[in-house]
Design a protein. Sequence first.
Lengths: 212, 339, 102
Amino acid sequence: MTSETLLTLIFAYFALASVVFAVLVIMLRNPVQCALSLVGVVFHLAGIFILLRAEFLAAAHIIIYAGAIIVLFLFTMMLLNIGAVERVRQFHVQAPLAIVIGAILFLEFIVLTGATITIGAQGPHSPAWVAGQGGNVQALGQVLFRDYLLPFEVASVLLTAAVVGAIVLARQRPRRPRSSSEMGVSEWMAERYEKANVRSSNRPNSAEEIGD
Amino acid sequence: MTELVIAVIFKSIIAFAVPLLVVPPLIWGERRLLGRIQSRLGPNRVGPFGAFQTLADAVKLLGKEDMIPAGADRALFILAPFLLLVPSFMAWSVVPVGTELHIFGRVIGLYATDLNVGVLYIVALTSVAVYGIVMAGWASNSKYALLGSLRSSAQMISYEIMLGIALVGVVVLAGSLSLPEIVRQQQVPFAIPLIIGAFVFVCAALAETNRAPFDLPEAETELVSGYHVEYSGWRFSFFFLSEYANMLLASFLVSAVFLGGGWPAQFLEPYIGHLFTTLLAVGIMMSKVFLFLFIYFWIRATLPRFRYDQMMNFCWKVLLPLGLLNLAVATVLKLTIYA
Amino acid sequence: MIIPALEYYLVLGAALFIIGLLGVLVRRNLLIVFMSIELILLGANVTFVGFAVALDNMLGQAFVIFSLTVAAAEAAVGLAIIVALSRHRDTLNVDEINTLKG
């Protein structure tokens, strides 16, 4: 077995697994399980990136997606006690139509990639250049901090804006007399406690929860 | 080629066996030490000085009934201990016990692999370990477990950032993300120029491993034992094992990254020869690891637990500014002394 | 040099993109709609890195970092909106969230 077929097989595994997990994300009923499937997608994509010799991006994807974004999703689910919504009808009425259109779009993608890929001129960052810089991480650092420093700084401004925006949005609590910052920790915990209690005792579903 | 394969298999087995073999004596040592500090005896019945107590406990745990609570999400409940244990063992593949050993005309690295993104690999795996805890709490269908995992998910994603920021300072000075290279770069242990970073790293490591004074996710007194209340038998032992394996990993990292691994053994090489230097370096490294573990236990016996808001304030209002200060110090040093 | 050919990576990226798109169109739970948006971004990332390696141009990889930044910012703000919304309306069903006035 040549190394090329071996690499193709590895690619096939990672690609298939990530697609299967992606389908699970949009198919599973329980949002917690969906989030875990998304972790599966991210992990297998990290494998794909390692196959492409983009080690930094592989690690960055795991750290940022699995370590921050999806944990944030899970945290939100537990905070809002999402488990109870499981019984609601999950899909829109127009689901079949959407699937047909999606399939057509995908076929179009495949036809386009199969027919008209003409690789343009090779860029300046050949594997030899990357190796000369000392590896993928160093090469990426050179490109990011030499050539694209301004966009990088702008991205940090975007993140700061997002942090401020998230805090502003999450602080307002229209229905409650006091904001969470005024509430003591014990009260906050007691409130969570109540919610957890409701979840575990499996309260009977109201009419609107069982759904239309 | 076959030699290479054999070396890789051998190293992998060692990297897997170290946490498994060191953890039981570690638990016994902690209990004895806690006993001493609290003016009591600690385990002293099974074997000489109670040394086989952990084995007896393990046998007891394996013999217990394996329960899955009613109303639990079965699949996730079964998956959670593995999600916690697997990353904490995977991280061992990049941890160095030393640098290189030249013997019989070969070069043997005293680490399983030398990844050029080793630091990122470790940070990525610590960020994945959160899932085990969150899932255990969620799947148990118990309010204590849910509260424990809510607390721990907030705690672990916060302190993970501090862990990363403390390591960035080291990466700036060493100019590499590979752990053996970081060890090699330390003519002076990085804990001396980056003392602030070392402090931030130690605090973050305590919080990441859920040890006192950051053991809010477990908090026996309020939450019974947090996210793993509902676990019993061998599933519970997985949580126990991964906690201690993570502690050991944190100790190895502090010793390698901040305390210079086998420093100052390398300066003796012209006098006592390569083989003895390497052995001495490994010995020094291990003694640093055990010193740090001792500090871990000592802190547990001494400090009371943080309150939830204190823990968060400490993270964002103390450790984050300190970490950024450490990064600034590292950058200035890199441009002046380390240039 | 890229193994296997670039087309495979493009098809993978397209597949993830389409699955994410379907998720946005089909699901009614707002949280899962958000996860589908992350899938779309992941599909775009695969395409970026694939082109970056095939064309020997690091810009593609640098751009993925910006894409990650956008994903993180979007998740932070989006989840804050979800928290505020569910406190306000007690539902995460996108069909029921149909008024502009609270």
